[in-house]
Design a protein around this ligand. Structure first.
Ligand code: ZN
Length: 326
């Protein structure tokens, strides 16, 4: 909040609280919608949404031109800058009837939106749009006004003598104000009902329900960081999937190996059992003879005659019958 010269400059976030503290003696029934046309984004020397011209220079310049026109003070009660800041005219406080729409200023507050919003002129910045919506919603809340085209009125809906028209009517309307491309939709009743008034109503609902404002949108560098983070998470997920897959493959391999080893063991046991057999009856005599056979040192030639193969027993029998063990 900065006070300088004839103006009090508020942040958008300061306006509602400031408004609540104001004592307004006169009844307020309408909120006027104007664009300044001059000054505009060109005279403000806007580069990427930032004005080079000093804000107070702009405001005092406007006041001076109003005084030169013979007015007693700044015409409007409130001005909304291109950066969303809200300027209160100290010489036209809310208790003073504004000079906004000739013949329709009683019980009204005049708000001037800095810019020229006719077709092919200035395109309202997002921060100014948000501030405009917030200011009208705060005023509607403070003065208990319903949001409609009888309470929020465009300058273009009046003749130069202040007679209310049914709509913006070229040739009859005193001006195009607040611009034939105001809020992207224009200055007609239909346009107001399409974009601007629903936006103000939505903001009023938010204020009434005391819902916190949404987070500030991300800056380009924050957005870039966020996208990098998202990519890292995606990469990690991929690696994790691969690892999970490898683990599953390993587990499966070990299980298969185990089964295969068991299989081999069974086959070996089966083969062994085929070879090792009890001494067949036909070979008993031959094996006994063999068992009794000693070498030169007196040791038995065969230590384990039991559990040998079928080939062993038949060979021993043949050798015995051939008289070899005699
Ligand atoms: Zn106007």
């Amino acid at each position: 909040m900065i006070q300088k010269g004839n103006f009090l400059l508020l942040e958008k976030s300061e306006f509602r609280d400031w408004l609540k503290k104001q004592i307004v003696a006169r009844p307020i029934k309408t909120l006027q919608v104007h664009h300044t046309a001059l000054p505009n984004y060109t005279t403000r020397q806007l580069v990427n949404g930032v004005a080079k011209q000093d804000v107070f220079k702009c405001l005092e310049g406007m006041r001076n031109s109003h005084l030169s026109a013979g007015w007693a003070a700044t015409g409007q009660n409130i001005s909304i800058m291109e950066d969303g800041k809200v300027a209160i005219s100290l010489d036209r406080n809310l208790n003073r009837i504004p000079a906004g729409i000739r013949g329709a200023n009683n019980n009204s507050i005049c708000i001037e939106i800095i810019g020229q919003f006719d077709k092919n002129c200035d395109t309202m910045t997002d921060v100014q749009k948000e501030s405009v919506i917030h200011v009208y919603a705060s005023l509607a809340e403070r003065f208990k006004l319903p949001i409609n085209t009888d309470t929020i009125v465009y300058h273009a809906w009046f003749t130069a003598k202040g007679v209310r028209l049914n709509d913006y009517t070229p040739g009859k309307s005193s001006k195009t104000c607040p611009g034939t491309a105001f809020f992207g939709d224009g200055n007609t009743i239909t346009a107001a009902k399409k974009g601007f008034l629903p936006a103000v109503q939505k903001e009023l609902n938010r204020l009434t329900n005391n819902i916190k404002e949404e987070d500030e949108p991300m800056t380009p560098s924050e957005k870039l960081e966020f996208e990098k983070l998202q990519q890292s998470v995606r990469d990690l997920k991929k690696e994790l999937d691969t690892l999970t897959n490898s683990k599953d493959v390993l587990k499966k391999g070990i299980q298969e190996q185990g089964a295969s080893i068991k299989n081999v063991k069974e086959r070996v046991e089966s083969l062994e059992s085929k070879h090792a057999m009890n001494i067949p009856i036909y070979a008993k005599e031959a094996v006994e003879a063999l068992t009794n056979l000693k070498d030169q040192c007196g040791n038995p030639v065969v230590n384990t005659p039991e559990g040998r193969s079928a080939d062993f027993y038949s060979l021993v029998t043949v050798l015995y019958r051939a008289g070899v063990f005699k």
